[in-house]
Write a protein that binds this ligand. Structure first.
Ligand code: FAD
Length: 524
């Protein structure tokens, strides 16, 4: 394209300089480039009524991670002679972007494509405005390895599917077989970005501090041990990949979910969520390691296989209407989950009386990150394992509190863990007692996240209610007073859950809808 006078790069995710095709296109095609991030009140406005510090939609740990990522992006842009222009939206982010496009006389708009429903609606408002104003738009796919729309097209027209009657196969295996090799990242080095043009009457503020957004009097409790930003992401990735043997032998189901000082997986998920790290760059760096080792594990359990899981969920979510709910979602089993606010709140607040479950939920609230199998444990416990509460309620808690909170992946995994889709072995239930004990017999993980249990002898740490009163007194933790009694009896509850799941599945098989006509659920 001819050199446009001014281009605007709209950062949302993709908070990085490396492998950033939108930024790359802008710098190549315009004499002036405005790098913009708009603070979205939907995610950032503090909500004092929320069950833990943060906004209605994001826990404070994620807000902090975002601000750190923005500060790092700004620093990296400044090294290229530019800077991040941070704008504040009063309500709708798209209004702020449209105003800047108009006020700065922008001729080209570049932003990474985003397939989440909220983003699609937001971006459409902006691209409609751009079309009406004659502004060129460039919106490449760079958040995922593949373009979900392209993969769906390929799946639809695959021979297996045509035989199948035109229903896209939704298995990981068919996805991997169809997808092929992902495109290479755009890694060209450059030392300078075009200058920013005149910003008129705009007040150019630095990336705000947490306090400036109204999160003033927060305790230091919610500081995850992971700093946001591209610099940290690249460092973390290199450190993870340095141990080639670890990479080559990586098998996801073998990791230790209780390891918290040195987690068993990369903890790159928050960086991938905000795009501080490019999935394509990460994927190709893993392939480089594989080339230098004799053998390596394969998908689905390998490290590269994890990134394919990510793309798998992006693809399915893009192709499935109402993916984030049970009703109207064709791939979701219809299950008459029960409504029980008390059990749900006990789960959410880490007060179920099962230390393994509670420690995980407290790690979620404080750090915003837990190991995959820890997520399995609590998601199974809330839904089909013990409490029989709707997966959408658990999904909402994760969506708010995870620092890697990701619409496609989170919904996909909740569908999975609740045996609503993808995985159907509902009789296989994680024990809230023996599963964690297998990895951490001493209960160090529990002691760290639930200090009141720190002196409980190891024989009782997973089942403190079984400790004799004298032991509880010595440990200064009386069950029922200092730490809750179990909210359900696991043996009885899991048996009841299996029975209910069996009935719901039978009803789904017959084409009936067990949800309709069930009075306890009709209010949902
Ligand atoms: P690694 O094992 O080092 O994997 C590398 C990358 O692969 C991850 O960073 C992630 O991007 C991707 N990945 C790994 N596992 C999965 C998976 N099962 N599905 C899709 N992608 C995967 N992950 C999120 O990123 N955001 C979420 O909101 C989220 N919600 C979840 C909810 C539930 C109920 C469950 C069971 C899992 C959820 N996961 C989510 C998936 C997974 O637990 C995390 O991606 C993983 O634990 C992140 O740690 P890591 O970066 O060390 O993973």
């Amino acid at each position: 394209t001819a050199t446009a006078a001014a281009a605007l790069v709209w950062f949302r995710k993709g908070l990085r300089v490396h492998d950033n095709p939108a930024l790359d296109a802008a710098r190549r095609s315009a004499a002036r480039v405005y790098p913009v991030f708009v603070l979205d009140p939907r995610y950032l406005r503090p909500d004092p009524a929320a069950p833990s510090p943060g906004s209605a939609r994001a826990g404070v740990a994620r807000v902090r991670f975002l601000l750190e990522s923005l500060r790092d992006l700004d620093a990296r842009l400044r090294r290229l002679g530019s800077r991040l222009l941070v704008l504040r939206a009063r309500e709708d982010v798209s209004d702020a972007v449209c105003a800047a496009l108009k006020d700065w006389n922008i001729r080209k708009l570049c932003f990474e494509s985003d397939t989440e429903p909220y983003a699609l609606a937001r971006d459409k408002r902006v691209t409609d405005f751009a079309a009406a104003s004659g502004i060129e738009v460039f919106s490449p796919v760079s958040h995922t390895l593949f373009d979900p729309a392209e993969i769906i097209e390929k799946l639809l027209f695959s021979p297996a599917n045509l035989k199948n009657g035109g229903r896209p196969p939704l298995t990981y295996q068919s996805f991997v077989a169809t997808a092929g090799e992902p495109p290479k990242p755009v890694m060209e080095e450059y030392s300078e970005l075009p200058p920013i043009g005149d910003t008129g009457g705009y007040e150019l503020l630095p990336v705000p501090k947490l306090e400036e957004l109204g999160y003033g009097d927060l305790s230091q409790e919610y500081i995850p041990p992971f700093r946001g930003g591209e610099t940290e992401a690249l460092k973390r990735m290199r450190e993870s990949l340095q141990d080639k043997e670890w990479v080559a032998k990586f098998e996801k189901p073998k990791g230790d979910p209780s390891a918290f000082l040195k987690p068993a997986t990369t903890v790159l998920s928050p960086y991938l969520k905000f795009g501080c790290l490019s999935a394509r760059y990460f994927y190709h760096c893993i392939q480089d390691v594989y080339r230098s080792t004799k053998t390596h594990t394969k998908p689905p359990v390998s490290l590269a296989g994890q990134l394919l899981w990510r793309d798998f969920f992006y693809t399915v979510s893009f192709g499935t209407p109402n993916f984030d709910q049970m009703e109207g979602n064709k791939i979701c089993k219809q299950i008459p989950w029960r409504e029980n606010e008390e059990l749900f709140v006990a789960w959410r607040d880490g007060r179920t009386g099962y230390p393994w479950i509670d420690a995980i939920m407290i790690q979620l609230r404080k750090w915003g990150w837990m190991h995959h199998l820890a997520r399995h444990s609590v998601a199974c416990f809330l839904t089909r394992g013990d409490l029989y509460v709707h997966w959408e309620q658990g999904r909402d808690v994760f969506e708010r509190l995870l620092i890697d909170s990701d619409w496609a992946i989170n919904n996909g995994n909740w569908l999975w863990l609740s045996c609503s889709s993808f995985f159907y072995q509902y009789h296989r239930i994680y024990s809230p007692i023996s599963f964690g004990k297998k990895y951490d017999p001493n209960g160090d993980y529990i002691r760290h996240f639930i200090p009141v249990l720190k002196d409980m002898p190891k024989e009782y740490i997973y089942e403190p209610w079984t400790a004799p009163l004298s032991v509880q007194e010595k440990a200064r933790c009386i069950v029922g007073k200092d730490y809750p009694k179990p909210v359900v009896d696991h043996e009885a509850a899991s048996k009841e859950c299996r029975k209910r799941m069996g009935e719901a599945y039978a009803c789904n098989r017959l084409g009936g809808n067990p949800v309709k006509g069930n009075s306890s659920n009709s209010s949902r």
